[in-house]
Design a binder for this molecule. Structure first.
Ligand code: ADP
Ligand code: ZN
Length: 731
C-alpha cells in the first residue's frame, strides 16, 4: 500500500481543493501531520488531510513531499473533523480554513515544542551515578551529581554555572543514555490559595446542577441580565470539569476578554493552567498557549472567536459568553460563526455547551423554543442591585441642544448632586457626522465612498469612517464658498457640551479616538472605578463587559439610530444594545435610572422593550421574522462582489445568478443582483446576490454545486468576490 499512497494536503491558498503529493522518500505521514511540499515555484507547509490510493493528477505530474514536520499528528481526528466540516459548510478553501486554526509559527513550519530546553537525569543515569561509573570524567560526574541533587531538569543557564564545558559533557551523557532532553514549561501554573466562591443563589445552583449532571452533548441557553451571575455559573461548571480532569473552552467577544475577567479566572483556579488566545498576542505567546491547550497542560482555554479551533485532548465543556455578540462572527476571509461552530464541536465531542447572554440572539431563542437548546435563567441580579427605571424623552417636545434635552440635563445634575456617576451613550465618534452648506445644500462627502465626512474638530480634520481617508477641515463650502455648518452629534461634541454645562465635573470619553494609545482604556476605566471620573461618555465600546457599580444614570442620546436600519437584524441589535447599556446602570447598591431620547416614543418596538423587556420584544420580533420569512425561519447565503467599475461587479453576479438557475432550484430563491446599501466604498463598487432557502440541507446542497462553478465564471477574474454563509450583516 505504501507505494500507491497519495497524500491529500491542505495548503494555504485560495483554491477549493486539497493538493495531491507523493509521500516523502522516507516515512509515511498520517492525517493531521504537517508536511513541507513543493508548491508552484516555492515550498509550502501543509497539513495532511488524508491518504488516497488514486489522484486526478496524472502520476507523472505528481510531486513528492519534501519532509514531514511533525513526529505525531499536530491536529487530532476530532479537530480535523471540525475543520473539514467547516470548510464544507462555509464553502471555503480548506487550506485557508486550516491556516485560520493554526498559530502563525506552526503555519510557517516551526516545531511545536515550547518552553526552555533542559536536561534531566534518566534511571540509568541515577544508577550510574550511584555506582560512580563516571569517575574518569570529572565534568560529567559533576553534572550527574547536580542533576540527581536537583531532582528536576536543569536548563543551559543552570548547567553553565557548573562547568564551562558543560555542552560537550552533556552530549556525552546523552549518548550513554544517562541524561535526556526535555522542555521546561515556563508558564507553569502558579500555586497559591484559590479564591472562595460566593454561595450560589438558588437559580445559579439549579443551572450548575443541570449543566454538570448532563453527560454527553447538550446545548444550554443561559439567560440572565448583566450582573445576574452567569460568569459565576461558568466558573462552577469549569470547576467540576477540572476536578474530573477535563478541559474547558471559553469563548468571549473581542471586547469581553478583559484583564479583569482573566484575573477572575486566575484567582479562582490558580493551579488549572489557563491558555489565552486572542489577537493581541505575539506569535510566540500564541504558539505557547496553543501548545499548552494541545498537550493538556491548560485546563482552561479562554479566547476570542478563533479559539473555537483550539486543540483539546481532554474536552469537557464549551462556554460561549455573550453568544449574541456580532464579533463571534468572522466578517472577512473565512467567514465563520464561532458560536455555531462551538455548538457543532460540542455535539461532535459529545460534551455540553453553554451559550450565555442577557440578550440571546433570536436564532438561539428559536432553537430553545424548538427544544434543541435547554433554557436556564437567572432572573435576579446577584447581590442587592435592581433593574433601573426607564424614561422615554420625546425629542419632538423637548428640543435637544448639542444632543442634550432639558429633562436629561436636569437628571444629570440631580444624579451628580446625589454623588452618583452618569453614563451617556452615543454610538458615533467625532464632533459631527455631517458638514452642510445651508446656502447651496451641499454636504461634504468622501470621494471614494458613498458616505459623508465626519468632522473631528479637535484634530481639525474631516474623516471618512468607512475607508479612513482624512483631510484638513475647512469652513468654506467647496461648491459655493458659503460657510459650512456642523450638523448632528458625535461624542466629541457631546463632550464639549458637557464641559460647558458641568465644568467642574471630571469626565472621561471612551471611543476609538480616545483609546488608541496603549493602556488608555485601562487608565480611563480605573478613573471610573475609583469614582474620580463622574461623567462617562462613549460609544459601543462602553456598553459591553465592563462593570460600573457607581453609575446611577444612563442616558441614551439617540435611540433612533437603530430603529430604522436597512438590515432585518437592526431592531434586534438595537434591543440588545439598549439592554446592555441599561445594564450598566445601578449595578451597585443605588437604584438606577435610564433616560432614552427618541423621536418615536410610540414606536411599538421601543414600547415593548421598555415596558415588558427583552423577552417579550424577542417573541414579537421572532413572529415578525416568521411572517416575513427571514432567519431563523429561512437560511441565507450572500454572494458579495466588488470592483472598481460597477459593471464588472454586476456582470459577475449576473453570471453567478445564471449559473445558479441552471442548478436544482427546489426551495431556493435568488434575489438580486443589487447594489449594496452603501454602494461605493474605498473606491470600489459593491453589489450582492442573496440566496434564500427553506431548509439548511437545501442551502448546503445548492451552495456545494454552485460554488464549484463560480471560480470558472468569465467575470470571476475581474472582481473581488466572497460567499458568506449565514451572514449576520446584509451588506
Ligand atoms: P454576569 O456574568 O451575568 O454579568 P457575574 O457572574 O459577573 O455576572 O456576577 C456579577 C457580580 O456579582 C460579580 O461581582 C460576582 O462576583 C457577583 N456574584 C455573582 N454571583 C454571586 C452570588 N451568588 N453571591 C454574591 N455575589 C455574586
Ligand atoms: Zn471613504
Amino acid at each position: 500500500m505504501s507505494e500507491a499512497t497519495i497524500l491529500r494536503v491542505a495548503i494555504d491558498a485560495p483554491v477549493m481543493q486539497a493538493f495531491d503529493y507523493l509521500p516523502p522518500a522516507q516515512g509515511q505521514p498520517r492525517p493531521g501531520q504537517r508536511v513541507l511540499v513543493p508548491f508552484r515555484q516555492g515550498r509550502r507547509v501543509g497539513v495532511v488531510l488524508d491518504l488516497a490510493t488514486r489522484s486526478a493528477v496524472s502520476p507523472g505530474r505528481l510531486r513528492r513531499t519534501l519532509a514531514v514536520l511533525d513526529t505525531e499528528p499536530l491536529l487530532d481526528a476530532s479537530l480535523m473533523g471540525l475543520l473539514g466540516w467547516a470548510a464544507g459548510y462555509y464553502q471555503h478553501p480548506p487550506g485557508e480554513v486550516f491556516a485560520a486554526a493554526l498559530p502563525r509559527l506552526l503555519r510557517h513550519g516551526r516545531d511545536s515544542t515550547t518552553g526552555t530546553l533542559a536536561w534531566q537525569i534518566t534511571p540509568a543515569g541515577v544508577a550510574a551515578h550511584a555506582a560512580r561509573q563516571d569517575a574518569r570524567a570529572p565534568v560529567q560526574s559533576r553534572l550527574l551529581a547536580a542533576l540527581v541533587a536537583a531532582g528536576e531538569a536543569l536548563d543551559a543557564d543552570a548547567l553553565g554555572v557548573l562547568a564551562t564545558r558543560w555542552q560537550e559533557a552533556v552530549r556525552a551523557l546523552e549518548k550513554r543514555g544517562w541524561v535526556e532532553r526535555t522542555r521546561r514549561d515556563d508558564a507553569a501554573p502558579a500555586s497559591g490559595a484559590a479564591e472562595e466562591p460566593p454561595p450560589p443563589s438558588a437559580a445559579q445552583a439549579a443551572a450548575v446542577a443541570g449543566i454538570t449532571a448532563s453527560r454527553g452533548y447538550r446545548a444550554w441557553l443561559l439567560q440572565g441580565v448583566t450582573g445576574s451571575g452567569k460568569t459565576e455559573v461558568y466558573l462552577r461548571c469549569i470547576d467540576a470539569e477540572l476536578a474530573a480532569g477535563r478541559q474547558s473552552l471559553v469563548l468571549v467577544p473581542e471586547i469581553g476578554l478583559t484583564p479583569q475577567l482573566v484575573e477572575r479566572f486566575r484567582r479562582r483556579f490558580p493551579a488549572a493552567g489557563i491558555a489565552l488566545l486572542h489577537s493581541g498576542l505575539t506569535d510566540r505567546q500564541r504558539l505557547d498557549a496553543w501548545v499548552r491547550a494541545r498537550d493538556g497542560r491548560a485546563g482552561i482555554v479562554i479566547g476570542t472567536r478563533s479559539a473555537v479551533f483550539a486543540p483539546l485532548p481532554r474536552p469537557g465543556l464549551i462556554v460561549v459568553d455573550e453568544e449574541h455578540d456580532a464579533s463571534l462572527k468572522q466578517q472577512d476571509g473565512f467567514r465563520y460563526s464561532a458560536r455555531d461552530l462551538a455548538v457543532w464541536r460540542a455535539h461532535q465531542l459529545g460534551i455540553p455547551v453553554v451559550l450565555g447572554s442577557a440578550t440571546p440572539s433570536l436564532e438561539s431563542l428559536a432553537n430553545a423554543q424548538a427544544g434543541r437548546y435547554q433554557r436556564l435563567s437567572l432572573p435576579d441580579r446577584a447581590g442587592v442591585a435592581r433593574q433601573p427605571a426607564v424614561r422615554l424623552v420625546d425629542l419632538r417636545r423637548h428640543v435637544a441642544q448639542d444632543g442634550l434635552t432639558p429633562p436629561l440635563i436636569e437628571a444629570i445634575g440631580r444624579h451628580l448632586e446625589a454623588g452618583g456617576q452618569v453614563l451617556l451613550y452615543l454610538n458615533r465618534r467625532g464632533y459631527a457626522p455631517t458638514l452642510l452648506c445651508p446656502a447651496c445644500g451641499h454636504c461634504l462627502e468622501c470621494r471614494r465612498c458613498d458616505a459623508r465626512l465626519v468632522l473631528h474638530r479637535h484634530e481639525g480634520r474631516v474623516a471618512c469612517h468607512h475607508c479612513g481617508a482624512t483631510r484638513p477641515a475647512s469652513e468654506t463650502c467647496p461648491q459655493c464658498g458659503g460657510t459650512l455648518y456642523a450638523v448632528g452629534q458625535g461624542t466629541e461634541r457631546l463632550e464639549a457640551a458637557l464641559d460647558e454645562r458641568f465644568p467642574d465635573v471630571r469626565r472621561v470619553r471612551i471611543d476609538r479616538d480616545t483609546t488608541r494609545e496603549r493602556g488608555g482604556m485601562q487608565r480611563m476605566l480605573a478613573e471610573v472605578a475609583s469614582g474620580t471620573a463622574r461623567l462617562l461618555l462613549g460609544t459601543q465600546m462602553l456598553t459591553k463587559g465592563h462593570d460600573f457599580p457607581l453609575v446611577t444614570l444612563v442616558g441614551i442620546i439617540d435611540a433612533d439610530q437603530g430603529l430604522f436600519g436597512t438590515d432585518f437584524r437592526a431592531s434586534e441589535r438595537l434591543a440588545q444594545t439598549f439592554v446592555q447599556v441599561c445594564g450598566r446602570a445601578g449595578r451597585g447598591e443605588r437604584p438606577g435610572e435610564v433616560y432614552l431620547q427618541t423621536h418615536f416614543p410610540d414606536h411599538p418596538l421601543l414600547q415593548l422593550l421598555v415596558r415588558e423587556g427583552y423577552e417579550r420584544f424577542a417573541e414579537a420580533a421572532l413572529a415578525e421574522r416568521q411572517a416575513a420569512g427571514w432567519p431563523p425561519f429561512s437560511y441565507l447565503a450572500l454572494l458579495r462582489a466588488e470592483a472598481p467599475a460597477r459593471e464588472a461587479a454586476l456582470a459577475f453576479l449576473t453570471q453567478a445568478r445564471e449559473a445558479g438557475e441552471a442548478l436544482d432550484q427546489r426551495g431556493v430563491r435568488l434575489a438580486g443582483p443589487a447594489p449594496a446599501p452603501m454602494e461605493k466604498r474605498a473606491g470600489r463598487h459593491r453589489a450582492q446576490l442573496l440566496v434564500e432557502t427553506t431548509t439548511r440541507p437545501r442551502l448546503q446542497r445548492f451552495l456545494a454545486a454552485w460554488r464549484e462553478r463560480l471560480d470558472a465564471l468569465p467575470a470571476a477574474g475581474r472582481t473581488r468576490w466572497s460567499l458568506d454563509v449565514d451572514p449576520v450583516e446584509l451588506f
